[in-house]
Design a protein around this ligand. Structure first.
Ligand code: HEM
Length: 145
């Protein structure tokens, strides 16, 4: 089956709402991560590290689901593939966070963790937007059937 027909596969158009909800969830979890993370960084919320790790893992799960759907829905797969790999990197960096460059250089790891996380939020957001555009274009295109 060629990709044009694959996009008309019955289940994928029905994913439109799922994609919208997952994208919103990704943005929400991402914002929570930035706020809680900054609170941890500036010493207001040392007790919330476990919560931050749980929400971060959930965020990566959402990112992987969005990336997987995008892999099948979008005509260009590069960003979706990169997002799937980036999710693994976010998770690894988060888990290894407290063990890297301990000492005066640790701020570099902290900054890298923040930037890597923000990039992940941006990737979820752009895949969500790209799929929204794709679904709108597919809906308005005349059917070949
Ligand atoms: C959108 C994703 C994420 C963002 C924006 C984010 C942001 C932050 C920020 C700003 C900090 C404070 C600075 C620092 O110590 O690095 C932090 C701390 C931390 N993050 Fe994340 N994070 C994300 C995902 C994750 C994930 C997936 C994990 C692990 C599963 C994780 C684990 C941690 C840990 C353990 C700390 C505390 C480090 C310490 O005690 O110094 N984060 N995060």
């Amino acid at each position: 089956m060629d990709r044009a027909n694959l996009n008309r596969w019955p289940y994928l158009p029905g994913m439109q709402k799922t994609v919208a909800v997952l994208t919103m969830l990704g943005r929400l979890l991402g914002v929570i991560q930035i706020l809680v993370g900054l609170a941890i960084w500036f010493g207001f919320a040392a007790r919330t590290v476990a919560f931050h790790m749980a929400v971060g893992s959930l965020f990566v799960l959402v990112l992987w689901i969005v990336g997987l759907i995008a892999l099948f829905v979008l005509d260009k797969r590069g960003v979706a593939l990169f997002t799937l790999l980036w999710g693994g990197f976010v998770l690894w960096l988060g888990m290894a966070q407290t063990t890297l460059f301990i000492g005066t250089g640790h701020w570099v790891v902290r900054l890298a963790h923040l930037l890597v996380g923000m990039a992940a939020i941006g990737l979820v957001d752009s895949l969500g937007r790209a799929m929204k555009t794709h679904y709108a274009a597919t809906a308005s295109a005349p059917s070949a059937a």
